[in-house]
Ligand binder design. Sequence first.
Ligand code: ZN
Length: 173
Amino acid sequence: MTKRALLVIDMLNDFIEPEGSLSVGRAGEEIIGPIAREIRRFRGAGEPVIFICDHHLAADPEFSMFPVHCVKGTRGAEVIDALKPGEEDLVIPKRRYSAFFGTDLDLCLRELGVEELVLVGVCTNICVLYTACDARMRNYRVTVLEAGVASFDEEAHRFALTQMKNVLGVKVE
Ligand code: ZN
C-alpha cells in the first residue's frame, strides 16, 4: 500500500468564518464536518495530516487581485478552531496558490515517503486546483474529496473538479 498524506488547504478564519475578509460562505462551512472526519481517519491510521496555510505579507502582490486576507500574524491567517492542528501534524505556510511553490512541502513529503495525496479545503478552483496540478507534475497520486472542497464560485468549483479529473488524472471521490 502506498503511503498517503492528507493536505488540509486554507481552512483559515479569513476564508471560512462568515465575517472573514475572503469568506467562501455557506459552502465553506459545509465542508468542515467532512474534513474533521477525514482528519480523524488519517490520525487514527497514523497517516500524516498536513495543514497548508495562506500566509501573506502585509503588502502582498496578491492583494491587487483579492481583498487583503490571511496576513501573517493575524487571526484571519489561523486555522479555524474546529480543525486546529495537533502536535503531530505539519503546518506549512504558503504565499502563492500552489502549496508546492516556494515551500518545503515536497521535501516534507519525500522525508515521509508519501506517494499519494488526499486534498480537502478551499478554494476548489484556486489553491486546491493549483496544488493538485503541481502534485501531479511531480508524479504524486492525487485524490480530491468532493465533499471536502468548496469555492465561493459554484461554476468554477464544478469546472475545477472536471479539469482535475479529466486533465490532471486526479481521482475525485
Ligand atoms: Zn491568498
